[in-house]
Design a protein around this ligand. Structure first.
Ligand SMILES: [Zn+2]
Length: 133
């Protein structure tokens, strides 16, 4: 006893077209009015190429090895500018209120005084030198 086949030449043609388009067996079955199993069975009998598996086999996930952090180029901050040398000429008496230093910038090389105070402090020496004392 054999079951009556629903497959006509027209249905086979439509199956082949839909199969070639890559529709799933379930969708083809819905189009043709038959079950997914009927579609799969008929596709085997017609020798249609298998569809790619809808769920590809799992492969081991490639776990990326943690890469060591790249060395960071550390640029040291520029050195601080040299401190501004200020005149150390005392103004006032050290024991009185308001005593301070001149604090004008030193512009004479090798001196601790500003130009004015340097001249004032060393005028005597220049005078002694000039007078031959
Ligand atoms: Zn000064």
């Amino acid at each position: 006893m054999s079951a009556i086949s629903i497959w006509t030449a027209e249905l086979d043609d439509r199956l082949e077209v839909l199969w070639a388009e890559g529709l799933s067996a379930r969708l083809i079955g819905e189009h043709l009015g038959c079950s997914k199993s009927a579609v799969i069975g008929r596709s085997h009998r017609l020798g249609l190429p298998p569809h790619p598996h809808p769920h590809p086999p799992r492969t081991k996930a490639v776990v990326a090895k943690p890469t060591p952090p790249k060395p960071v180029l550390v640029v040291p901050p520029p050195p601080p500018p040299p401190p501004v040398r200020t005149c150390q000429y005392p103004i006032g008496h050290p024991r009185t209120r308001g005593f301070r230093y001149c604090d004008a910038p030193v512009q004479v090389l090798g001196s601790v005084y500003c130009t004015v105070h340097h001249a004032l402090c060393y005028a005597g020496r220049a005078w002694k030198h000039a007078s031959g004392l």
